[in-house]
Design a protein around this ligand. Structure first.
Ligand code: PEP
Length: 249
C-alpha cells in the first residue's frame, strides 16, 4: 500500500509572510491521512521547518548539489538541507533541466547525494510538447528513468514525479488516458529494474497544472499516488482542496 503524497513546489516565490500559508494549511488539515510536503525557496526552509514543527507536514528543498560541501558558490548541498530540517528534495525539475542545463547524469548524482544525506528525492521526469507530438513520450520517459535514477534506491527514499513539460504552469493537462499510460509505463520500468517489491512500492506523482477542479479526476487514475503542484500550492486556499481530493481518492 503506497501512502499518498501531496507535494507543493513554491519555486522562486515566497517571503517570510508566506509562512502564514503553511499555518493555514496545517490548521485545515490537523491530522492528514496523506503525506503533505512543501518545498519553499531555500531562504525559507529553516523557518518553514520551525513553523511545521508540531505537524506532520514535511519540508523539502527544490534542488541540491551533487557534492556534500566545497567551492560551489550559491549552491546548497543535500546535507545542508537535511541539517536545516528538510526531509525531501526535488531533483531534475524541468525548470532546472532547462535553466541550468541539468543532464540525467547530473540529476542521478544529485539523487545519490540526497539519499546519502538521508533525504527523500522526488525525481522529476517528463517530455516536452515536441517530444509528445513526435510520439516519443515513452522513449523519453524510459531514457530519463534510466539516466536519472541510481542503480541502488529504496521505495522509502525515492519518489518519481511525472511532469509533462508542456503542462507545467500552462493550464494544459494531459487526458487521464495519457496520464495513465505514462504512469503505468513508469511502474513497469521500475518493477523491471528494481524488482517487484521496490518497483511496486515507489510512489509516482503527477505534476502539471493540477488544481482543485481537476485533482479528483487525476487522482482516480491508476498508479497516480499524488501530485507535485506548483502554482496552486502557493495559497492554502488553493492547495487544501487538492489535499482533500487526495485523501478522498
Ligand atoms: C511544478 O512546478 O512542478 C508544477 C507542476 O507547476 P504547476 O502546478 O504550476 O503546473
Amino acid at each position: 500500500m503506497r501512502r499518498k503524497l501531496a507535494a507543493g513546489n513554491w519555486k522562486m516565490n515566497g517571503t517570510s509572510a508566506s509562512l502564514d500559508e503553511l499555518t493555514a494549511l496545517m490548521a485545515t488539515h490537523p491530522d492528514p491521512q496523506v503525506d503533505i510536503l512543501i518545498c519553499p525557496p531555500a531562504t525559507l526552509v529553516t523557518s518553514a521547518v520551525v513553523t511545521a514543527a508540531d505537524h506532520a507536514l514535511q519540508i523539502g528543498g527544490q534542488d541540491c548539489h551533487r557534492n556534500e560541501s566545497g567551492a560551489h558558490t550559491g549552491d546548497i548541498s543535500a546535507a545542508m538541507l537535511r541539517d536545516a530540517g528538510a526531509s525531501y528534495v526535488l531533483t531534475g525539475h524541468s525548470e532546472r533541466r532547462t535553466d541550468h542545463n541539468e543532464s540525467d547524469e547530473e540529476i542521478r548524482n544529485k539523487t545519490k547525494a540526497a539519499h546519502a544525506a538521508g533525504l527523500i528525492a522526488v525525481v522529476c521526469i517528463g517530455e516536452t510538447l515536441k517530444e509528445r507530438e513526435a510520439a516519443n513520450t515513452l522513449d523519453i520517459i524510459a531514457g530519463q528513468l534510466a539516466g536519472s535514477l541510481p542503480d541502488v534506491l529504496t521505495a522509502e527514499n525515492t519518489v518519481i514525479a511525472y511532469e509533462p513539460v508542456w503542462a507545467i504552469g500552462t493550464g494544459k493537462v494531459p487526458t487521464t488516458n495519457q496520464i495513465g499510460e505514462v504512469h503505468d509505463y513508469i511502474r513497469s520500468r521500475l518493477e523491471q529494474r528494481y524488482g517487484a517489491g521496490v518497483g511496486t512500492s515507489i510512489r509516482i506523482l503527477y505534476g502539471g497544472s493540477v488544481k482543485a477542479s481537476n485533482a479528483a479526476e487525476i487522482f482516480a487514475v491508476s498508479n497516480v499516488d499524488g501530485a507535485l503542484v506548483g502554482g496552486a500550492s502557493l495559497k492554502a486556499s488553493d492547495f487544501s482542496p487538492i489535499v482533500t481530493a487526495l485523501q478522498n481518492a
